[in-house]
Design a protein around this ligand. Structure first.
Ligand code: NAD
Length: 247
């Protein structure tokens, strides 16, 4: 019996990459999956993969940094699917540069998507989850939100903020049986890491005890576990999935 049969999940930034894999993994566990990205059309491939797994799936075009669009998306998912049990805040961007040269625009853009977007969806799902007295919220943070990283002041601050927001959400909503945890990926094979120069890739590899970059599947597996009842006493935690880089 799949773990998440009959549950409804919403995954942001699921047109590709880690978000698409999380959506697939939750569908493998029997969840019906709503996905969103900046443009609903970009999600066609993911939706097709989900439907093939025998679950209900639908895509929504949403900018996670836009409060009105986020609220409308949650309303639509509730109307289309009947409930919302699992919220995965995955959408994220980078705009790297050294602190001294970082523009206000690059700071704001990254904080708005990564941190404000996570806050907006958390706020929007809190009420319906409180009403049903159950819910799971999972935020995708990053190893660099724990340890910092030169050239990523905006990104590391946003992910550090996501970690603190996760702990606060767990404290505020725990009494209503809503759990909130974060998964902090290390370096994951993806479009984000494919563009790294070879010497940088090697330098990163030297810091990973398991001697490989992670896969989107590694992250999706952690999300699937946190989503289900096997993790029913786990909240406010940051689960590191990083090949042993840091604890
Ligand atoms: N790839 C890695 O090594 C790595 C490591 C640690 C953490 N992460 C985190 O994992 C998550 C997914 O990363 P990925 O590697 O799959 O990235 P990706 O760039 O492949 O995918 C991100 C998705 O988010 C969408 N998106 C961007 N801005 C959006 C917005 N404003 N509204 C809605 N959707 C938006 C994009 O269109 C894209 O489909 C991010 O939060 C990222 O910070 C990735």
């Amino acid at each position: 019996m799949p773990n998440l049969q009959g549950k409804v999940a919403l995954v942001t930034g699921a047109a590709r990459g880690i978000g698409a894999e999380i959506a697939r993994r939750l569908a493998e566990e029997g969840a019906n999956v709503a996905i969103c990205d900046l443009n609903a059309d970009w999600c066609a491939e993911t939706v097709e993969a989900l439907v093939k797994l025998g679950v209900k799936a639908k895509a929504y075009g949403v900018n996670v940094a836009d409060s009105a669009q986020v609220d409308q998306c949650v309303k639509s998912v509730l109307a289309d699917f009947g409930s919302l049990d699992i919220m995965v805040n995955n959408a994220g961007i980078t705009k790297d540069g050294l602190l001294m040269r970082m523009s206000d625009d690059d700071w704001d853009a990254v904080l708005n998507v990564n941190l404000k977007g996570t806050f907006l969806f958390t706020r929007a799902v809190a009420r319906p989850m409180m009403k049903q007295r159950a819910g799971v919220i999972i935020n995708i943070a990053s190893v660099v939100g724990i340890m910092g990283n030169a050239g990523q002041a905006n990104y590391t601050a946003s992910k550090g903020g996501v970690i603190a927001l996760t702990k606060t959400t767990a404290k505020e909503l725990g009494s209503r049986n809503i759990r909130c945890n974060a998964v902090a990926p290390g370096f994951i094979q993806s479009k984000m890491t494919d563009v790294l120069p070879e010497d940088v890739r090697k330098a990163y590899m030297d810091t990973i005890p398991l001697k490989r970059f992670g896969t989107a599947r590694d992250i999706a597996n952690a999300v699937a576990w946190l989503s289900g009842d096997d993790a029913s006493y786990v909240t406010g935690q940051i689960i590191s999935v990083n090949g042993g880089m840091i604890g």
